[in-house]
Ligand binder design. Structure first.
Ligand code: RB5
Length: 150
């Protein structure tokens, strides 16, 4: 898959580990920053990745900040984005099976290295189940469309 990834200063180490893992797993990945530990604002980085996924230029996105919360709040402002905060494996699996999440957000200050790798693997490799869950996603889409028609 084509994957866009970014973090703020609190997620740099996890982002670098993920960039290496993604290429090891055979995905094409582009790093949208941040590139150093200088304090930055997470919405700026959430915007870069969310825009790319929203416009269909990338299949999926990954956003890392201290908790993953700010990245999720920001990413879900963009049309076509279903960003899921997954700091555990069950959420990562269900965000794909039931919600067809196209952006993973994760907390660089919360999740340890080994767990983060497992969360990434399950999130990349779990398919959307469709069926009744598709109906629910259509309802989300219709709420989104009402919002953008205002
Ligand atoms: C930065 O200190 C921190 O607020 C940010 O990384 C994130 O956790 C916000 O949700």
């Amino acid at each position: 898959m084509k994957i866009a990834i970014a973090s703020d200063h609190a997620g740099i180490e996890m982002k670098e580990a993920f960039v290496n893992l993604l290429s090891e797993f055979g995905h094409e990945c582009l790093d949208f920053g941040s590139k150093n530990f200088e304090s930055v604002d997470y919405p700026d980085f959430a915007e870069k990745v969310s825009k790319e996924v929203s416009e269909g230029n990338y299949d999926r996105g990954i956003l890392i900040c201290g908790t993953g919360i700010g990245m999720a709040i920001t990413a879900n402002k963009f049309p076509n984005i279903r960003a899921a905060l997954c700091n555990d494996m069950y959420s990562a699996k269900m965000s794909r099976c039931h919600n067809d999440a196209n952006i993973l957000t994760i907390g660089g200050r919360i999740v340890g290295k080994d767990l983060a790798k497992e969360i990434l693997k399950v999130w990349l490799n779990t398919e959307f189940e469709g069926g009744r869950h598709s109906r629910r996603l259509l309802k989300i889409k219709s709420i989104e469309e009402k919002k953008f028609q205002k």
